[in-house]
Design a binder for this molecule. Structure first.
Ligand SMILES: Nc1ncnc2c1ncn2[C@@H]1O[C@H](COP(=O)(O)OP(=O)(O)OP(=O)(O)O)[C@@H](O)[C@H]1O
Ligand SMILES: [Mg+2]
Length: 311
């Protein structure tokens, strides 16, 4: 089951990532005094760091694993958009960026002084419908050149047209993966697989009191939405796949846990790369679970390489 995928085969696999891209920004500095203007510390910034976040991090994960990745997303006409683009280019992720002049490119800025996060500042607003509608045409053009479509929904409004996009991908015979958000999953109907975590699934089917209740409700949701499968990621409990054949559970693989943020991104990106290679879902899940176990053992980096996954 953990048979390595030949590297050359993975290099042919093309994943189209669609969703809410973000820039994670960190300002590190020294705190020497309290501001004369208000009772707050003054941070003298001496170092900046920027990382791809949200759908951009998902695309980076597919690329780092050795697949080809394209990111389709909407950005503003601003400095963070240019930064996002240059980071994606540096890392070899192809881009289809819709530009919305009234949009703030999503930035999560953390200000860190004395090794302590002092504040997080978020820049975001809702993208324009016209721009998103125009991007549907880019999506349709890109579809034939990809082997799997991955929707990374962070609830920021970039996926207004997801029902139509899923329909187009399925009509073209492409596997569709969704990392869901919110409580209305009807917009994900017809997808191949959705990958909620425990809290996300509980928001939709309610908290479950036993595995039997979970099993029953997960299958009911799967049938209701016409999904091939539902993959519940369960942090330290590993993951459970609910499909037409029943249930498939894999235990968590992590040896040591340092940094769990972004594990969900690594999991769905790995799953998409494997499906793009033509692997059956259950085999893909075993690889994705190993990738999740590896990434939580790393500090800072939220990606897993081919060599790490198949070492
Ligand atoms: N504490 C942990 N111990 C072991 N494995 C873990 C742990 N947390 C996450 N994992 C691995 O990563 C996978 C995905 O984690 P999780 O279910 O927390 O996703 P998530 O909540 O979507 O993550 P995030 O949104 O922070 O990226 C798990 O199925 C498991 O394989
Ligand atoms: Mg997640």
């Amino acid at each position: 089951m953990n048979q390595p995928i030949p590297k050359e085969r993975l290099a042919q696999a093309r994943v189209l990532v669609v969703g809410d891209a973000m820039l994670d920004r960190y300002w590190f500095g020294a705190v020497d005094r309290i501001s004369p203007e208000a009772p707050v510390p003054v941070v003298r910034v001496n170092r900046e760091e920027e990382r791809l976040g949200g759908a951009a991090n998902v695309a980076l994960n597919a690329k780092t694993l050795g697949a080809q990745a394209t990111l389709l997303t909407v950005v503003g006409d601003d400095e963070p958009a240019r930064k996002l683009k240059s980071l994606l280019e540096r890392d070899g992720v192809a881009t289809l960026l819709g530009s919305d002049p009234q949009l703030y490119t999503i930035v999560k800025l953390r200000v860190i002084g004395r090794s302590q996060q002092l504040i997080r500042v978020d820049f975001e607003n809702t993208p324009d419908h016209e721009v998103l509608a125009q991007m549907l045409a880019d999506y349709e053009r890109a579809l034939p050149e990809h082997d799997a479509v991955l929707f990374s929904d962070y609830g920021k409004g970039g996926l207004t047209h997801i029902p139509r996009m899923i329909e187009l991908a399925r009509a073209a015979g492409k596997p569709v993966l969704v990392d869901p958000k919110g409580s209305d999953y009807s917009r994900y109907a017809g997808a191949t697989v959705i990958t909620p975590n425990r809290a996300e699934l509980a928001q939709v089917i309610g908290a479950w009191s036993s595995e039997a209740v979970l099993h029953e409700r997960a299958h009911a949701l799967r049938r209701q939405l016409g999904l091939e499968a539902l993959l519940l990621t369960r942090s330290e409990e590993g993951m459970s796949l609910f499909d037409a054949a029943g249930e498939f559970h894999v235990p968590a693989q992590a040896r040591e846990v340092f940094d769990v943020t972004g594990a969900g991104d690594t999991v769905i990106a790995t799953l998409a790369a494997m499906l793009a290679c033509g692997l059956p879902l259950r085999e893909a899940v075993a690889h994705a679970n190993r990738a999740g176990g590896i990434v939580v053992g790393k500090f800072g980096t939220a990606t897993v390489s081919y060599e790490e996954l198949f070492a």
